[in-house]
Design a protein around this ligand. Sequence first.
Ligand code: PEP
Ligand code: MN
Length: 258
Amino acid sequence: MQTKLINNKGLVIGGNKIILIAGPCAVESKELYTSTVNNLKYVDILRGGAFKPRTNPDSFLGLENKGIEILLESQKELNKPVVTELTKESNLNLFNDIDYIQVGARNMQNFELLKALGRTNKTIILKRGFGNTIDELLEAAHYIKKEGNENIVLVERGIRTFETSTRFTLDLSSIAVIKAKSTYPVFVDPSHAAGTKEYVESLAKAAIAAGADGIMIETHINPEKALSDSKQALTVDEYNDLVLKLDKVAKAIGRTIL
Ligand code: PEP
Ligand code: MN
């Protein structure tokens, strides 16, 4: 089906231009955040989690309100929108100035959260649960749409399979299936699928060749020191180099990325 465009303040998702989302897994401090995102040469939407739904409650759970503040400062300083994860409706008031709201894999079927987001006019970046089928992802999106918000982007970020050599298995076929069954733009997050930075490049290239409308890549100024997902984060230089390679793949299929 024809992908429906989402135009959020002039940034068009689902068109010829492939959208780049980059930044660290989590916002860890003002210094670390700005030293990462200020050095990204090509990026459309800055990412970074302030509320982190982690599997282990003893791990870093995010700076919460302070993290949102840091994101909003960068949004203003760089004049680029940010995307960050919302984990519960009661925090929505902190997201007034945030145009892109991420629903994480672990919350894909948090139906009350989806309904609440359906009552906003934000662009929702809905990540596929790693134990969920494509049809379940489409049904989750329908919860948002049914409340009136049609600004939804679906993100393939890998699913759990018997394969353990990557963190998750990137289901590239989901791009074709979602495009056949719906009009939602599809982004791919190769970082969480790979789990290790050495695999990010080939997965990102494959995602673009397969028709992804955007990619989300975790980057960090000093990946070894990252408080979450350190093994999969690219340095800013690696990211900047990667985008130039992705541009060649995009051009080969008649799209642009820069
Ligand atoms: C993230 O984007 O940092 C994240 C937690 O992703 P996911 O929900 O896909 O695991
Ligand atoms: Mn992460």
